[in-house]
Design a binder for this molecule. Structure first.
Ligand code: PRX
Length: 672
């Protein structure tokens, strides 16, 4: 029986033949150049974009990753000026792509679909940029966006970049509390949202959530000045087949603050002169969970992010001019930013923008859409693959998926079983799978195979992308060369690596650069096999990855202890067949607390309301006491063992009271 590491799949000849990078040696040559001569490597790529102030090649990039030498920084193309929307839209229109479709929009209901060409997208972006300007939005202002997967979402992002405003998308699955916390942190003056959206058969009233969030902000003394609302529900088909009434009557609008998109955008001018931005001016911020519980506003800047999103998109998906690319990620996550919006548009690509779910109206919706648009590259998450694997194969087999060439995976490690299903059933053994490892912080893919260049190993993310230098360190910070397992870190920046955490450079330095001086620390573990393939083994900190959503144990714990019945909480990850990981919570009750169904229901609802539905705990166990060291530190290592009922708990000698462990094993909830 071959071990996982020796299970190798070679790219199909049809993929190799047309690939930009079609051999291992070509990859190695390009990789070497990207490290030895970054100015030339990235400079060549930069030439295809427009720079209002030209690039100074002598000052191409600088960085410091070592705190003992001063503040951490990472700057690319400093001194050059450009505008991203200009590069993504005007430049493409000038290059003859005006009539090319930028997006096929596919609604939640199969009867709803539309398309937008590059020329039209440019016009709409300019219109909305003018609306933002008319509401007083200026360069550097933050605009908070809480949008479903609709074309106005993309338009809003690009309208911000047109005028130099910093966009801050908040995934429209976050609760009003989480949304408010983020609005306050970035002090957004403007919010852009929609009245609501159907997700399968479920209606989400987004504007209502925005109202609650804005009310919470007002209590904290922050008044949002403008809330632009796309009237979306009236134009789509509801699941029951009844078209919705325009929501004007039902969606409460606050005078002077709230405006309907449709009332202001159509009459705005279709031209808007771009704001020329410094290469290192902020482009956007995006929140990601932090291990202390408070979300971190990851900040990306203009030039480096553009180069990196564009280049990874081109090579990792091997995008060619007539291809139709589809990434199923929501624009509220980094995958949506880099690979639904910026990367594809920088390459004048045609993409599918999908509003719905894989399960509506049937469990073959993904494959129906691939067939409908003749998709060539498909990019999704392992959790979706695992959910779809459960259904009968004929739901996949009955569709013509022959246009597919590259299949992508992102967000969490993909288990070999899911990989093989994706490869065999969806890819029909003809497609290359790219297992892309990256993070909100990295801006774009950092580890992956390239579709025509390297053989694939199910479950391995492969090799570093151009410009990326991964290192594996042991606990003492010593580099593990060759085969081995340890902490995954990077010894130098690439253009897309984040620059700071918004308003908190100290936390940035502390979180990413203090554990191992001289390295950017991912927080993930990895191992390198004998062939040099990298395998990401998962988080090494207190983070959980539920269906590709990263969250911190501290975040959930603090929400659980807000309940008057809970004195203390400890949350660990438990493996889950579809979600990858799920939340297993241990709670110690207060004197007032009573462990019953009512409490469990209240806690689940509370977590949903405070964080979002994706954070709902799967298991809550009553823990009269938690395993703690004598200094009071909870030993999560032991709790993780209890969660999976593995009695191999290892050394318990540092525990203040080791009998706690046996009690918890004995009182594990049944039927989990
Ligand atoms: O633990 C890694 C996991 O997701 C984390 C980053 O989450 P986020 O910033 O939300 O970005 C997700 C989309 C890029 C990483 O630290 N992760 C992401 N992709 C993979 C992965 N783990 C293993 N394999 C991957 N391909």
């Amino acid at each position: 029986m071959p071990s996982e590491e020796s299970h190798i799949f070679h790219p199909h000849q049809a993929v190799v033949k047309q690939a930009y990078v079609s051999s291992l040696s070509q990859y190695q040559e390009m990789y070497k150049k990207s490290l030895e001569n970054p100015e030339e490597f990235w400079g060549e790529i930069a030439k295809q974009f427009y720079w209002e102030t030209p690039i100074d090649y002598k000052n191409f990039f600088r960085f410091n990753f070592d705190l003992s030498k001063g503040p951490i920084f990472n700057k690319w193309l400093d001194g050059a000026t450009t505008n991203i929307s200009y590069n993504l839209l005007d430049r493409n229109v000038r290059n003859g792509y005006g009539d090319k479709v930028a997006y096929y929009w596919e609604g939640n209901h199969p009867d709803d679909y539309s398309r937008l060409t590059y020329k039209k997208l440019l016009e709409e972006v300019c219109r909305f940029a003018n609306v933002l300007k008319s509401r007083g939005v200026q360069k550097g202002d933050r605009v908070a966006i809480y949008m479903p997967m609709i074309l106005e979402g993309v338009i809003t992002l690009l309208a911000c970049t047109r005028i130099g405003a910093i966009h801050s998308l908040i995934f429209a699955g976050f609760s009003s509390d989480s949304f408010a916390e983020r609005i306050l942190d970035c002090e957004a003056r403007v919010i852009v949202t929609a009245d609501g959206v159907w997700r399968g058969e479920k209606l989400l009233q987004l504007k209502t959530i925005c109202d609650q969030a804005m009310a919470k902000c007002a209590k904290e003394g922050h008044n949002v000045e403008t809330c632009v609302v796309v009237s979306h529900l009236e134009r789509v088909t509801s699941p029951k087949g009844v078209s919705q009434q325009r929501q004007t009557n039902r969606t409460p609008m606050t005078e002077d603050r709230d405006i309907w998109w449709q009332d202001v955008v159509p009459q705005a001018s279709t031209s808007c002169y771009p704001e020329w931005m410094q290469a290192e001016d902020p482009l956007f911020m995006l929140y990601t969970s932090g291990s202390t519980g408070k979300p971190k506003g990851v900040l990306h800047t203009t030039a480096g992010y553009l180069l990196y999103a564009a280049t990874t998109f081109k090579y990792v998906f091997d995008y060619k001019p007539n291809d139709v690319y589809w990434c199923t990620a929501d624009i509220g996550w980094i995958t949506g930013h880099s690979y639904v919006v910026y990367g594809p548009l920088a390459n004048a690509a045609t993409s599918v923008l999908f509003e719905g779910t894989p399960f509506y109206p049937d469990n073959d919706r993904f494959w129906t859409v691939v067939d409908k648009y003749k998709v060539t590259q498909f990019y999704t998450a392992p959790t979706a693959i695992r959910a779809l694997m459960k259904f009968d194969d004929h739901l996949v087999v009955r569709h013509d998926l022959s246009t597919l060439r590259v299949l992508g995976s992102v967000g969490e490690p993909i288990n070999p079983e899911a990989w093989l299903w994706y490869y065999k059933l969806v890819g029909r053994e003809k497609c290359s799978i790219v297992d892309t490892f990256w993070q909100t912080e990295t801006g774009g893919h950092v580890l992956t195979t390239l579709p025509g260049a390297q053989p694939m190993k199910p479950g391995s993310a492969g090799f570093p992308f151009f410009g990326v230098q991964p290192v594996i360190l042991d606990e003492n910070g010593k580099e593990i060369k060759g085969e081995g397992e340890g902490y995954l870190v990077f010894s130098r920046p690439w253009p897309g690596l984040m620059r700071t955490l918004y308003g908190n450079h100290d936390r940035y330095e502390l979180t990413y650069f203090s554990k191992f001086p001289g390295y950017y620390c991912t927080g993930d573990g990895a191992k390198r096999d004998a062939d040099g393939y990298l395998w990401v083994t998962g988080r090494v900190d207190d983070m959980l990855n539920v269906s590709g959503h990263l969250m911190s144990t501290a975040e959930v714990e603090s929400v659980l202890t807000e309940h008057p019945g809970v004195a203390e909480a400890a949350v660990v990850a438990k493996p889950h067949p579809v979600k990858g990981e799920c939340l297993y919570c241990f709670i110690t009750l207060t004197e007032a607390g009573k462990f019953d169904d009512k409490l469990l229901k209240e806690l689940k609802t509370h977590v949903r309301e405070r964080i979002g539905p994706f954070a709902q705990p799967d298991v809550i166990q009553n823990a009269p006491a938690l395993p703690k060291t004598r200094s009071g530190k909870i030993m999560r290592r032991i709790l993780r063992k209890i969660a999976v009922n593995d009695r191999n708990v290892g050394d318990v000698s540092t525990l203040a009271d080791s009998s706690v462990v046996e009690q918890l094993f004995a009182s594990r909830p049944v039927n989990i």
